[in-house]
Design a protein around this ligand. Structure first.
Ligand code: AMP
Ligand code: GLY
Length: 445
């Protein structure tokens, strides 16, 4: 098969890496890609905002299947554009992608289908938002309705901060039209889990659970980012939490979409808060998470292209995926300035030594090659991803990789996975004798 991956981040590098080892793969392309992806696939310099050019590219390459990494092309309707031309593509339609494209749509959808989520109000005008604020206790969560590249959510701890956030969004339009309308919601407490499934609308293939580290600094301090690291381990969810998530959140979402005439197909990411009264849904993302995809795909033992073809053919209910029982950890290295304006163009050294360690893979994000030198070219530069027989060993291996790398201004969190270790300092995570679908035993293959 000829496969085309769209995107240029660590998630897309992990996708390309996994697809590269597929038995089904004959030719692998990526648009636009990065320096790491170029080692797995032929990169094509086409802009992701140019849907017409991407359609032409897929036609020219005779791509059998295109896999979309980021949300922006999905929300803009790339799947509809490809399907109109009879081209195979993995992802939700424009209409289904509103689950991520509009937080108001998502929250009202959750309410319509009684999916557990934080209490909320929608405000279209600044004055209404200020009045609504008074009906929430502090801290309170303020969300821009539209896409904001991870910058659309503010948790305000005092009235001044809340008023300032609303002013920024609605009066100063710091996020442009994304902040024209806002969601004001109750702040939930608990541990976050990213639960991602692949679905053809009916069959559900849950991927192994992950935990992202969104805040910039250790101890979950500082501003939110796209994600500074993630780990995946079966011990993240108990058997009953897992069943509860499928029953009360995943299944009603897919049934609700079908009922509303927008069957959901593709990867669907459920951002969850595990509260004392059960899992609550914070948000949907209509794609794989980044960096969550890196540890997830490192644990996947099944042929990814096979799974995607099965999904495209609507046969997902009949398959299972095989996973490594071993946890995986991804530590993101970021440029000086990230998540604000980042300093780029810095030479990266030490990468040759990392993969020599074994069990560690560098997934590139903001990198490019110039005159045979590897340079930084974005805020998140790379994700050092490692797997080992237990979480402490995987964490240690990932940080051993990190210690070999250098570029000017490099910074990273030093506590990825640490919360899990605090819960069970030396215990090997429980390996439940069942697959992530909850049906058959893990094959170990
Ligand atoms: P979202 O873009 O909706 O995922 O929000 C980004 C991050 O904001 C989440 O990963 C949480 O850390 C935080 N967040 C969003 N909604 C809430 C909420 N209702 N209560 C507490 N934290 C939240
Ligand atoms: N890491 C969070 C996201 O991909 O949205």
């Amino acid at each position: 098969m000829k496969l085309l991956v769209l995107g240029s981040g660590g998630r897309e590098h992990a996708l390309a890496w996994k697809l590269h080892e597929s038995q089904k793969m004959d030719e692998l392309y990526c648009a636009p890609g990065n320096a790491g992806i170029a080692q797995e696939a032929e990169c094509c310099p086409v802009d992701l905002s140019n849907s017409k050019a991407l359609v032409e590219l897929a036609k020219a390459l005779h791509a059998d299947l295109t896999i979309v990494g980021p949300e922006a092309p999905l929300v803009a309707g790339i799947v509809d554009d490809f399907e109109r031309e009879g081209l195979g593509i993995i992802g939700p339609s424009k209409s289904a992608a509103r689950l991520e494209g509009s937080k108001i749509f998502a929250k009202e959808f959750m309410r319509r289908h009684t999916i557990p989520t934080a209490r909320f109000e929608v405000a279209e005008k600044y004055e209404d938002a200020v009045k609504a604020l008074a009906r929430f206790s502090l801290p309170v969560v303020l969300k821009a309705d539209g896409l904001a590249a991870g910058k659309g959510v503010r948790i305000a701890r005092d009235p001044m901060e809340a008023a300032q956030a609303l002013e920024d969004l609605m009066l100063h339009r710091t996020l442009g039209s994304a902040g024209e309308r806002v969601v004001i919601e109750e702040c939930l407490r608990g541990e976050e889990t990213s639960f991602i499934v692949l679905t053809d609308g009916r069959g559900i293939l849950p991927l192994v659970p992950t935990q992202d580290h969104k805040a910039l600094l250790d101890g979950d301090q500082g501003p939110n980012t796209g994600g500074m690291g993630a780990y995946s381990d079966d011990s993240l969810l108990s058997e009953s939490q897992y069943d509860d998530i499928i029953r009360s959140i995943v299944a009603p979402t897919l049934a609700g979409m079908e009922m509303e005439g927008t069957r959901y197909r593709g990867f669907l990411y459920f951002g969850l808060m595990m509260t004392p009264s059960g899992p609550m849904l914070l948000e949907y993302n209509v794609r794989l998470g980044d960096p969550e995809a890196q540890p997830i795909l490192m644990r996947l033992r099944s042929d990814l292209a096979d799974l995607l073809v099965t999904m495209r053919d609507g046969q997902l209910a009949s398959v299972d995926a095989h996973w490594s029982p071993n946890p995986a950890v991804c530590v993101v290295l970021a440029s000086k300035g990230y998540p604000g304006t980042s300093e780029i163009g810095k030479p990266i050294t030490g990468y040759e030594a990392v993969e020599a360690l074994g069990g560690v893979k560098i997934f590139h994000a903001g990198t490019r090659v110039q005159d045979h030198h590897l340079l930084t070219s974005g805020g998140r530069v790379m994700g050092i991803t490692a797997t080992a027989e237990d979480l402490p060993a995987a964490i240690q291996r990932a940080y051993a990789g990190v210690s070999k790398l250098q570029f000017e201004g490099m910074h990273y969190r030093k506590d990825i996975g640490a919360k899990a270790l605090q819960k069970a300092p030396t215990v090997t995570p429980t390996r439940r004798a069942r697959s992530p679908r909850g049906e058959r035993p893990v094959s170990g293959k």
